[in-house]
Design a protein around this ligand. Structure first.
Ligand SMILES: NC(=O)c1ccc[n+]([C@@H]2O[C@H](COP(=O)([O-])OP(=O)(O)OC[C@H]3O[C@@H](n4cnc5c(N)ncnc54)[C@H](O)[C@@H]3O)[C@@H](O)[C@H]2O)c1
Length: 304
């Protein structure tokens, strides 16, 4: 793919990682942030990641921190926003961006859960606006969901899919702008039942996680649920659903058990207790385990 000019708005956790992926793919990347402290450190953070991963550290030279939004987006072919998850802020940002960009530039939001339609509805030209939902850390998790709204042109989707595939990502087209897109709908369907099992006293939180990690979690990275259904047979899957689906949690809102944890200040790692208690050492060990696992998976992908 020819070198593109990318602009990333927001140099936080996601923004710096997205910039790193595009720079490593050979693109010129302008990055901006309203907090200059984050802009000042962005190249050092990217360099540290590249070094840790054994990737080409020279890629950081293609990243240009730019304080002024208009200057950062003016020449860009593709602009991706990764500022805080706040709808009015994102709407205002895209209205500002639209004033300065080229007519053929694509505008993308990396929102986790806000509908792309809500973010982009006030724009003058909505056919070039879409969602690109990356997963953390952007340089280790392959998927990017590419979300179109009712206004997004097929050309904008196609260009975005190609850009991300050429940068080594695995783009997935989400054809309708539904809350949670695909990944977070699936993930939180599982989390709802996980909370419910604890709430109903069927097992404790640690056991829920053990059952997943030691059973179907082992297969999930290589065997999706619908591949699995075909493997065991749709007839068997139907029979299982007839028995199991009426028994699992289908409440439309969050679990009262989860609400109670939050009310009690049991917020997880940040308060030292959530579903379970977490010492500082246990927190650090789990974070490190996840990163090591993702690094091994990436190395494995490279050998395939
Ligand atoms: N953290 C994740 O795991 C994850 C995963 C997928 C998507 N997302 C989404 O990505 C977006 C960014 O999340 P994050 O975790 O990187 O947040 P973050 O807080 O680490 O970074 C946000 C950055 O945006 C900057 N910012 C805030 N308002 C701005 C503005 N008006 N203009 C320019 N810069 C501004 C902040 O200074 C900060 O550097 C959010 O929409 C989030 O929901 C996060």
């Amino acid at each position: 793919m020819p070198q593109a000019r990318i602009a990333v708005v927001g140099a936080g956790l996601m923004g710096h990682g997205i910039a790193q992926v595009f720079a490593l793919a050979g693109h010129d990347v302008a990055i901006t942030d309203s907090f200059t402290g984050n802009l000042d450190t962005v190249k050092a953070r990217i360099t540290a990641n590249l070094r840790d991963l054994g990737d080409d550290e020279n890629a950081v030279e293609r990243v240009r921190p730019i304080a002024d939004l208009a200057d950062a987006v003016r020449d860009a072919d593709f602009i991706v926003e990764a500022i805080i998850e706040d709808l009015p802020l994102k709407q205002k940002l895209f209205a500002d961006i639209e004033k300065h960009v080229r007519p053929d530039a694509i505008l993308a939001s990396n929102t986790s859960v806000i509908p792309i339609t809500a973010i982009m509805q006030g724009l003058r030209e909505r056919s070039r606006a879409l969602g690109t939902h990356w997963w953390n850390p952007p340089y280790l998790v392959p998927l990017v969901e590419v979300i179109g709204t009712q206004w997004t042109s097929p050309q904008a989707i196609e260009r975005t899919m190609k850009l991300h595939a050429a940068a080594g990502k695995q783009p997935a087209h989400v054809k309708k702008d539904v809350p949670g897109f695909i990944g977070n709908r699936l993930q939180h369907a599982l989390w709802r039942e996980a909370v419910s099992l604890v709430e109903r006293g069927i097992c404790d939180a640690e056991t829920v996680d053990t059952v997943i990690k030691a059973a179907f979690g082992r297969r999930l990275a290589v065997l999706g649920p619908l591949e699995n259904a075909d493997m065991v047979g749709t007839d068997l899957t139907l029979a299982i659903h007839k028995t199991v689906l009426p028994a699992i949690d289908s409440r439309p809102g969050p679990s009262p058990y989860l609400e109670k944890l939050v009310t009690q200040g049991k917020l997880g790692f940040k308060s030292g207790e959530g579903f379970r208690r977490w010492s500082a050492e246990e927190q650090a060990a789990l974070r490190s385990k996840v990163v090591q696992h993702l690094k091994k998976a990436r190395a494995n992908d490279e050998h395939l």
